[in-house]
Design a protein around this ligand. Structure first.
Ligand code: PMP
Length: 381
């Protein structure tokens, strides 16, 4: 199998498997229990959070600012709904972009249904315009939520500048969905008030993630319950997942350069080869992550090509896995000004950095064969 769908999820690293397997057997205690096993579990939990904070560098995070969650979907919902519901008396205006993950966009929709007003910023290959953000900020803006790297096209948005501008021009808090960015593309997110992340995008386990929440910020929790995580996330603490998350981030920081160089080599090779194919247009933002390469096809249906690749053992996405069950083209490609037809015909390749050049070569040969043999089908877009 050739797996080019690492933005959807990744394999689990062997060290993570080892630490998780050990933890689910050895550290089964409840961190809230008052007996010595519970106390010991609590100490291990705090130690794991300390390590997690350290590996989020260069972003400055203290262990007390980490809320362990089930992943970025929960973190995004907690950050956005939790903040809006806590501070609505200060204003009911929120700013985000047209290309956020559905866990952000759907949270925004549900706030709109409750009377909040949301401004959706445009994007372009240059990124997100500071001028647009500056114009959109108002006295009643309480929150700005912008992702660090787009999960469909790999665009890198300049979060340090966007967050700084938000802080200097308003009282709004800044949330960043850094799911595709952390320990892939180095960005200092220290000016962000809230940061979301999922472990399984970086060889960690599924159903595990975190929200960084600065100490001066309060949130209304999503769940009522036993008040774990200082009341922000009730439910028995997932100690094994937290230990595995610390291992995930340690391994990711130790392998960052190697993975990034590997991804860059694959990206460059595929970029050069795909550029030679007439009917393909590569979606290349000016500032991009080497871990994600998206291209649109002028004459072929993405679903047909992706299926044919899958039959040959090559896994790719036609759009993000979280949007793939929804009908229609990619709203992200549409935001980048691709028409209805092209935005229905995007293929996303995403890498972990350990791929071989041989795999990339096989991909190109197979893709060319499929493009030749698949019936050109312009109907039904
Ligand atoms: N945000 C982004 C940018 C993502 O790519 C994803 C995963 N597709 C998520 C949030 C949601 O992560 P999870 O499914 O692990 O909750």
């Amino acid at each position: 199998m050739i797996y080019f769908d690492n933005a959807a999820t990744t394999t689990v690293d062997n060290e993570v498997i080892k630490s998780y397997s050990k933890a689910i057997v050895s550290y089964f205690g409840n961190t809230s229990s008052k007996h010595s096993l519970g106390q010991e579990s609590e100490q291990i939990y705090l130690k794991a959070k300390k390590q997690i904070a350290k590996y989020l560098s260069p972003t400055k995070v203290s262990p007390e600012e980490i809320i362990i969650t089930s992943g970025a979907t929960e973190s995004n919902n907690l950050a956005i709904k939790g903040y809006a519901k806590r501070y609505y008396k200060k204003g009911k205006h929120i700013i985000t972009t047209k290309v956020e993950h559905p866990s952000v966009l759907e949270a925004m929709k549900s706030l709109e249904a409750e009377g909040f007003e949301v401004t959706y910023l445009d994007v372009s290959k240059e990124g997100i315009s500071l001028e647009d953000l500056s114009k959109a900020l108002r006295e009643d803006t309480i929150l700005v939520s912008i992702m660090a790297i787009n999960n469909e096209v790999g665009a890198v948005y300049d979060i340090p500048s966007l967050a700084k501008l938000t802080k200097s021009k308003s009282n709004a808090a800044f949330h960043c969905d850094a799911t595709q960015a952390l320990l892939k593309v180095t960005q200092d997110l220290s000016d962000c008030d809230l940061i979301s992340f999922s472990a399984h995008k970086l060889h960690g386990i599924k159903g595990s993630g975190l929200l960084v929440k600065r100490e001066n910020i309060d949130l209304i929790p999503l769940f009522d319950g036993g008040g774990q995580e200082k009341g922000y996330r009730s439910g028995t603490c997932n100690l094994p997942a937290t230990i595995a998350l610390a291992t995930t981030l340690r391994v990711a920081s130790e392998t960052l350069n190697e993975r990034r160089n590997g991804a860059t080599q694959i990206y460059n090779y595929l970029y050069d080869e795909l550029s030679k194919i007439d009917e393909i247009e590569i979606v290349k933002p000016i500032d991009f992550s080497p871990f994600i390469l998206n291209f649109v096809m002028k004459e072929h249906k993405a679903s047909v090509v992706a299926e044919a690749l899958s039959e040959k053992g090559i896994m790719v996405s036609t759009k993000s896995a979280c949007s793939s069950k929804k009908l229609g083209g990619s709203y992200v490609l549409r935001a980048y000004n691709y028409d209805d037809k092209l935005s229905s015909n995007g293929i996303r390749l995403s890498f972990c950095g350990n791929e071989s050049l041989e795999d990339a070569k096989i991909f190109i040969v197979t893709l060319k064969e499929i493009l030749k043999s698949t019936r050109k089908d312009n109907d039904g877009y």
